[in-house]
Design a protein around this ligand. Structure first.
Ligand code: C5P
Length: 210
């Protein structure tokens, strides 16, 4: 069972993916963390995230330690991630790991849940279930703001909204693997729907596929 969950930043897809994986004892891959690790690797080396030679080199030999780095979740890392994610060479360097994870989930699990931007469209076009989780930009920015404010009280909502909108524009506007729902994806809008309701709906959909 391969479950593909795509959608824009802070729509709730990570929470949904993690809960589904726990519910069915499937392996979970947050593919955004791979792009974040590449962005962070470039920043750590003193480079700029729009330097495609530097980003390609980092993605070719990705240091696993970056995936556990606390700075991975910072807003500037997300911003760098969406810049390196527009580079075809970076995307192709990360592809095999993601496909392999979906086909041979670690721990001999019976299924895999992957979340990202292009899982249903490019990485796993034959996934058994494809969900596209979305919400209005202001709702997503508010959620991200409340989360980041706990770590840094100086966080400004307007700045987070601007970051979310810039990231949406880059992710949907790029030529290679742009963010969009797969034709056979089911749309789940979390603007009004609580994550618990979305989770229950998704559980039913997985059970139907099983
Ligand atoms: O999901 P997350 O916010 O961690 O993703 C960070 C960035 O990585 C996204 O803004 C997007 O540009 C990129 N990404 C991608 N394809 C994926 C997952 C993430 O392009 N499958």
């Amino acid at each position: 069972m391969i479950i593909a969950i795509d959608g824009p930043a802070a729509a709730g897809k990570g929470t949904l993916a993690r809960r589904l994986a726990a519910e069915f004892d499937y392996a979970y891959l947050d593919t955004g963390s791979l792009y974040r690790a590449v962005g962070l690797g470039v920043l750590r080396a003193g480079g700029k995230p729009d330097d495609d030679v530097a980003a390609a080199a980092v993605s070719l030999d990705l240091d696993p330690a970056l995936l556990g780095d606390p700075a991975l979740r910072e807003e500037r890392t997300g911003d760098a991630a969406s810049k390196v994610a527009a580079m075809p060479e970076v995307r192709s360097n990360l592809m095999e790991f993601q496909r392999n994870f979906s086909i041979h989930p670690p721990g001999s699990k019976q299924g895999a849940v992957l979340d990202g931007r292009d899982i249903g469209t490019v990485v796993c076009p034959d996934a058994d279930l494809k969900l596209y989780v979305t919400a209005g930009a202001e709702v997503r920015a508010r959620r991200r703001f409340l989360e980041l404010q706990q770590r840094d009280p100086a966080t400004k909502y307007e700045q987070i909204l601007a970051d979310v909108e810039a990231r949406d524009a880059r992710d949907t506007g790029r030529a290679d693997a742009p963010l969009k729902p797969a034709e056979d994806a089911l749309l789940l809008d979390t603007t009004e729907l609580a994550i618990d309701a979305v989770f229950l709906r998704a559980v039913d959909l997985v059970k139907e596929r099983l």
